[in-house]
Design a protein around this ligand. Structure first.
Ligand code: GLV
Ligand code: MN
Ligand code: MN
Length: 398
């Protein structure tokens, strides 16, 4: 089928240039100016491909080709937002690949039997507001009201926060997403493609450690309540617990703030986050329980206050067996034996699974690098991913 690999690369370059940061990578935070420019660019591409564009109440962008039959839609796409200093492919690939695949199908096969849609989901990363999966959660009807800074940011983009519930959809049959692996399993095994079997469960915790701010010169070491020294012991404990549980358990402290953040003041308060993941629920819970308990012990030993807040708690989600089988078949028909893989990264498919059948394809990430400017996939692997996506969409929609 006629896909143009050079056009695929060119569109990825164009999106990557939007929100380019002077010190590397791109940043397209939800509802920001770069985000808005990227949405406009994709909207133009959708129109050029003969799809009917529509923006929903949360800011997801849809491009639709009607089917000869009525009924639920077949949807492909990904998220348009990025992390800070994000790479060229995370999210962008799923949108550009979906567009390229649907464009090729419409050109070669004409009107589909079932409605066929490409979606640019407004937010998945959680890199601007204290929320993740904002776009896909709105699609599943999980958001019924918005306030605060996110509502203000929506209004700035001409979106009415009071209408957010209208972004919910009941008419999606299947969602398929092509994404980069973001790890090194495929590369190290020399496998060009994977069908995702499940997405790991993720918990996000916020720990607030309170001590006492004191003079750094006059307060003897034995009289201090140093929140940062306590937090450092906790950060070390988080790492040790995940290491002692072994693969595939992972735990990361990615954000930490110190108050009053002065060179000559004993830190009084530290707030830090923990991202912890495991593909099975019992493993995820064991990891979280050990972290909570050991941080509690450290705070008691050091006479520090500790408050733990749960910011997110997502269970592992299996991809739909029919979609897994269909993706494996599509791969085989394109001449590759795809492996099955559990995704260690979160994806919109895990949210959309509440409303429709979902499946994902992974292509290798060079060096396993992602969420950084070095994120790269060999062009031949990108092309293979799109060819398999085309075949999968053909099997689903024609
Ligand atoms: C999203 O990229 C996540 O896995 O945190
Ligand atoms: Mn990401
Ligand atoms: Mn992603």
């Amino acid at each position: 089928m006629g896909i143009d690999p050079a056009l695929l690369e060119h569109r990825l370059d164009e999106l990557y240039a939007i929100g380019a940061e002077p010190d590397g990578g791109a940043y397209r935070p939800l509802y920001g100016p770069a985000w808005a420019t990227a949405v406009e660019r994709v909207e133009r591409w959708l129109k050029d491909a003969g799809l009917k564009p529509r923006r929903d109440a949360v800011g997801n962008l849809w491009g639709r080709a009607e089917g000869t039959d009525k009924g639920k839609s077949i949807v492909t796409g990904s998220h348009i937002d990025t992390v800070r200093h994000g790479g060229r492919l995370d999210g962008a690939l799923g949108i550009v690949a979906g567009l390229t695949a649907v464009e090729a199908l419409l050109k070669d096969k004409g009107k589909p039997r079932r409605p066929l849609e490409v979606v640019a989901i407004c937010e998945e990363e959680g890199s601007r507001f204290a929320t993740t999966f904002w776009g896909s959660r709105a699609i599943t009807g999980a958001i019924d009201s918005v306030d605060g800074e996110i509502a203000a940011a929506m209004r700035e983009r001409g979106l009415d926060p009071t209408k957010i519930a209208s972004a919910a959809r009941e008419d999606i049959d299947t969602f398929v997403e092509l994404h980069i692996e973001q790890g090194a399993v495929l590369e190290s095994s020399g496998t060009p493609l994977a069908v995702v079997s499940a997405i790991v469960g993720t918990a996000h915790l916020e720990l607030c450690v309170t001590g006492r701010p004191d003079h750094a010169g006059t307060t003897p070491m034995d009289l201090r309540l140093d929140a940062l020294a306590g937090a450092a012991a906790m950060v070390h404990a988080v790492e040790s617990i995940a290491k002692s549980l072994g693969r595939p358990a992972v735990a990361t402290v990615g954000k930490l703030s110190v108050e009053p953040d002065q060179i000559n003041v004993v830190p009084g308060t530290v707030v830090f986050t923990v991202d912890l993941r495991h593909p099975d629920l019992a493993g995820r819970r064991a990891l979280e329980e050990r972290i909570r308990s050991l941080c509690g012990t450290i705070s008691e030993e050091r006479r520090l206050g500790l408050a733990i807040r749960s910011l997110q708690d997502k269970p592992p989600v299996a991809m739909h067996p029919d979609v897994r089988a269909l993706l494996a078949r599509a791969a085989k028909e394109c001449g590759v034996q795809a492996t099955e893989l559990v995704s260690g990264a979160g994806h919109d498919a895990q949210i959309l699974a509440a409303r429709c059948k979902v499946g994902m394809l992974f292509v290798p990430s060079v060096g396993g690098r992602s969420h950084c400017p070095e994120e790269h996939t060999d062009p031949s692997h990108l092309e293979l991913g799109v060819r398999v996506l085309v075949r999968a969409l053909e099997l689903l929609a024609y």
